[in-house]
Design a protein around this ligand. Structure first.
Ligand code: AMP
Length: 182
């Protein structure tokens, strides 16, 4: 199976859930920039303090900040990995490409999980994280469309994208993903 993966998709599409399942099954390193940022916030580190307010508003933290988080973890790691929630902008994707070239670890596949806006909003409201207020959710979906969706084209040009329907039960989605990565 492919070993170096990027998960793309709007907030609420189920990237986190599916990433955890796949990483456990395949022994991949799960790198969720959202989780890593929330851990920094919880520990009140300088980085966390900088990120907290931005995250609660549903804005994106700076490219350089997330890049430093990812770089630290990928640079001296040799196994397979799955990036969840990163890259989220074209500059992040470009910086990632430079980093991956340096460490000779190209992306094997990008998994795009798609779901309708109404379903995303319903799911996120049910989850109830501190940034899951309806206005903030809509803003995050909007930002996804503006800043992150262009990455689909970017990776399509490299022939890397597998598009997966994000509806149905968790196991069904997990099998679609695994099938696409064989
Ligand atoms: P997530 O858990 O992926 O939904 O991320 C939660 C929040 O963390 C986002 O709304 C952003 O504020 C921030 N965040 C996570 N990943 C990134 C990233 N790659 N670039 C910028 N901000 C991010």
């Amino acid at each position: 199976m492919k070993q170096r993966l990027v998960f793309l998709g709007p907030p609420g599409a189920g990237k986190g859930t599916q990433a955890i399942l796949l990483c456990k099954k395949q022994g991949l390193l799960h790198l969720s920039t959202g989780d890593l940022l929330r851990a920094e916030v919880k520990a009140s580190t300088p980085l966390g303090l900088e990120a907290a307010e931005i995250m609660n508003k549903g804005e994106l933290v700076s490219d350089s900040l997330v890049l430093s988080i990812v770089e630290k973890r990928l640079s001296d790691f040799n196994g397979g990995w799955l990036l969840d929630g990163f890259p989220r902008t074209l500059p992040q994707a470009e910086s990632l490409e430079i980093l991956l070239k340096q460490i000779h670890q190209p992306i094997d596949a990008v998994v795009l999980i798609e779901l309708k806006d109404e379903v995303l909003i319903k799911r996120l409201l049910a989850r109830g994280r501190s940034d899951d207020d309806e206005a903030v959710i809509r803003h995050r979906i909007q930002l996804y469309k503006e800043k992150t969706a262009p990455l689909v084209d970017h990776y399509n040009k490299q022939g890397l994208v597998n598009t997966i329907r994000g509806d149905g039960d968790i196991e069904a989605i997990a099998s679609r993903i695994e099938e696409s990565l064989k």
